[in-house]
Ligand binder design. Structure first.
Ligand code: GUN
Ligand code: FE
Length: 457
């Protein structure tokens, strides 16, 4: 039974992207959302206040209450975290500066092994999803631990708390300690199938939660396991694939010594059928030009993780994001929380900017020009939606898309912004202040599919 009005209307400033450099700041905008479908029914910018009631009448919505935004408020699409490790929520930020294989062995595998305990998983995953929603992350692509029960709990938690998510059981049958390793290829695939079946049972329409194949990286998977995952990817053309890719020199060297017949990671992963337009490749920090070209041809998406790239794992450098954008590739942002110490997509945007400026300065070539705020915002929203395969349904406020959104308040009285609203600030100024100095205290309300999933009050 539907209680209350079937639609909600907002009137004020709406900000979204239509292309990497195409930021649209829409003033005096009427936004109408259906609660039956969760979809955006109307987006009408530039509507003077004296034309509001006649416009509503013409839409047969005369009797509805309009939520009018203040001059310090605006609505943006929810953020999409294209790369997040759920079982690293409690160890975010540990081991800064460590190289990847040392960090996995000393910090991460022991922490993830604890998710064999279902109670621990239940508690931690609830904190994770709550924490991500509070920060405006309406969609996340999660690596779970290798455990079936913890992975199912993660999917259940996203669904019950209303977060859109891709959830993958982590495949890893070699190179980790005996208490945290898939016992065999067969066991790894069996649990993968069970998790896919579970996710399809709890959300048959894939409205919120979807499975994702998650070979951790080639160092963690035997050729046999990668072969079977590639075969499953071919058999299941709607399931995306996520893995770590060309993250750091130590990782690349170790990978190629395990797979000596391959000259690079593109050759390796593509030989197992794991590179296509559903692939979500985290990092892509150290790229040969021909590798990038091949990924572009294959339609792979990039999960750019600037925080982790600069602080953990051994890449310690800025990825060639300008090159990805110049080639028209899908690029999203990932917090890579916990290797990335911050789970904030605002921080991911800031770090993407900083990393790109450093890359431009070091490269001395305009083909590596630093990113703009507009581009960072596209990556955090529409670019990310494309990377996770949801570019047609979320990422901006095109009519017919689902309403995943954050109501930002730059004068909420809750603090949270170093540069709060001044009466004379333009929407563009407010937007830039939010991206560079705001935090979750400026996120008054968060919606997924038209449903309120977090509120400050
Ligand atoms: N490579 C394999 N596993 C991981 C992980 O958990 N984090 C990062 N940053 N890189 C990885
Ligand atoms: Fe990662």
């Amino acid at each position: 039974m539907t209680i209350g009005p079937e639609i909600t209307a907002y009137y004020g400033t709406v900000i979204h992207s239509t292309s990497p450099a195409g930021l649209r700041i829409l003033d005096n905008t009427l936004l109408i959302i259906s609660h039956v479908t969760g979809n955006i029914d109307h987006l009408i910018p530039g509507l003077q206040p004296d034309r509001l009631s006649s416009t509503l009448a013409s839409l047969h919505h005369s009797n509805i209450t309009i939520n009018r935004l203040s001059a310090a408020q605006f609505i943006i699409p929810g953020f999409i975290d294209t790369h997040n490790h759920a079982p690293q929520w409690l160890t975010r930020g540990l081991g800064q500066g460590m190289h990847i294989l040392d960090w996995l062995r000393e910090v991460t595998f022991p922490a993830e092994a604890r998710y064999a305990d279902e109670e621990h998983a239940r508690l931690s995953h609830k904190l994770l999803v709550k924490g991500m929603l509070r920060q405006g992350v309406t969609t996340a692509s999660y690596y779970s631990s290798l455990h079936g029960p913890a992975t199912r709990i993660l999917a259940d938690t996203c669904l019950s708390m209303g977060q859109r998510a891709l959830v993958g059981k982590c495949n890893m049958n070699r190179g980790s300690p005996g208490n945290y390793i898939d016992a065999s290829t067969e066991q790894s695939m069996k649990v993968t199938h069970e998790c896919i079946d579970h996710i399809r049972t709890i959300d048959p329409e894939a409205s919120f939660v979807r499975p994702v194949l998650t070979p951790r990286f080639a160092i963690s998977c035997t050729p046999d396991l990668l072969t079977q995952l590639g075969a499953l990817a071919a058999k299941e053309p709607t399931i995306p694939i996520q893995t770590h890719f060309n993250e750091a020199q130590q990782e690349i060297d170790a990978t190629l010594s395990l797979f000596p017949s391959h000259k690079d990671e593109v050759s390796l992963y593509s030989s197992f059928g794991l590179l296509n337009d559903r692939s979500i490749l985290a990092h892509c920090t150290i790229m040969k030009s021909e590798e990038t070209q091949r990924l572009a041809e294959l339609g792979c998406g990039i999960a750019h993780c600037p925080t982790a790239n600069m602080t953990v794992g051994g890449g310690f450098m800025a990825a060639p994001v300008r090159d990805f954008l110049n080639r028209g590739m899908k690029v999203g942002l990932g917090t890579d929380s916990g290797g990335g110490y911050s789970s904030s997509m605002l921080n991911a945007m800031r770090h993407a900017l900083i990393a790109s400026f450093a890359r431009e300065a070091n490269h001395g070539d305009s083909s590596m020009k630093g990113l703009s705020i507009d581009e960072a915002f596209w990556m955090a929203t529409l670019g990310g939606a494309k990377v996770v395969g949801l570019g047609d349904s979320i990422g901006n406020f095109a009519v017919g898309k689902q309403f995943d959104a954050v109501l930002v308040d730059m004068d909420s009285g809750l603090g949270g912004v170093n540069a709060p609203f001044q009466g004379f600030d333009s929407p563009r100024t407010l937007f830039e202040k939010f991206i560079l100095t705001g935090d979750d205290r400026n996120m008054l309300k968060v919606f997924v599919n038209g449903r309120l999933v977090h509120s400050q009050s």
